[in-house]
Design a protein around this ligand. Sequence first.
Ligand SMILES: [Ca+2]
Length: 448
Amino acid sequence: MKTAVLLLAVAASLTSIPHASAAATRVGLKLVADGVVEPLSFNPLPGGGALVADQVGLIRLWQGDGKLAETPVLDLAAKLSKINHGAFDERGLLCLALHPGFKADRRVFATYTAPRRTSAPADFDCTLRVSEFTLPAGEPMRIDPASERVVFEVDKPYFNHNGGRIAFGPDGMLYISVGDGGGPKGCDIGNGHAPEGNGQNLRTPLAKILRIDVDARDEARGTAYRIPKDNPFADGKDGLPEIYAYGVRNPWAMTFDRGGSRQLYVADVGQMRWEEVDVIVKGGNYGWPLREGFDGFDREHPELAPTAPKAEKGLRGEPLIDPIAAYKNVGGFKGDPEVLGNSVTGGFVYRGKALPELAGHYIYGDWSGAQGTPQGRLFVARRPSDGKGRWTVEPLRVDGPGKLFGCVTAFGEDDDGEIYVLTNGSTTLTPGRGKIWRIIPAPVVKAD
Ligand SMILES: [Ca+2]
């Protein structure tokens, strides 16, 4: 049987484009940290090690394989909104980003769900907050929670669809992903949702990719950041000046390619039919809730193929931008052999050295596969050879000790471009089930 696997791999390499299911690329996973609840961010520090964010509110120092310091660098648990310990939740500490000039400017930015601020509607759930902390020099690494400076806030009608991923771009600006506000029905419908959907409403920060300059205050506007002059609605006339792109549902991962033309990749969690990856451009309208994946979208019957013609334009006549890749979600395609999962978790364009066959392609995953149990999956979306059109989505087959890795909660990238998979062995916030793995070459299959 092992010999047959090897022969199959050889045969596939001789044909031009391997069929996705027959030639799933094999990778291995090396466990590099455990003992967390739900790891959601892995941020390398200059000079080695990384900060790890645990959804329950802890930032911890990872000092290399197997070495995760017990005492947190920062404990934000007391500042979080209510979160459901022992159950599923999308709230909590969601992402970290180090200032791009971190060697000299030791600011750490964090997003988390805070209790509803006083100006928020009384029936809203929480306030999504972006805050800045400064990591003092010296050992041990500790951040005083009192050093917090709130940068940006947006009120959330429901507990879910927070987005809350942050990243600095090659332009030095901070990009913030914000979900559509959530709700029991999804579909960008309910309390706190505009009639046309928050995705298509340019007066709410919900369902957007935002871009701000955190290196200067704006005294006139009374904000702790400035609006980049070339933001698409910088003058505020046609939309909120913070908006960079719009029409996203629950952007769960937002990363810049460290190579190529430094493009911005966002994985947008779908409703019931399609899970997608988008390349985000300034001012782009990514279609939600008029579209899902490459299809239209029926807000009344999200589980069904839409019967109305696919929307081509936004409310201002602007074109809607297709994703680069999409895969089928079990919710709308039960029993379909092409189903790959139920909630996309975005990753990174691979620019490391360990996995040359994945170079230049986008590594990502699905939270729990098609089962709703801790059986996440890893994928590669392969860039089309001519650089145009759809990327092909292939499962990455995990061989060896990391095979049963749990729910895929997030990805990280180190300074060598190697990729880390952050997982939770449970679908709930359960102590001790979170792990971090480095993607490594697959173990060698011996023909015996
Ligand atoms: Ca879309």
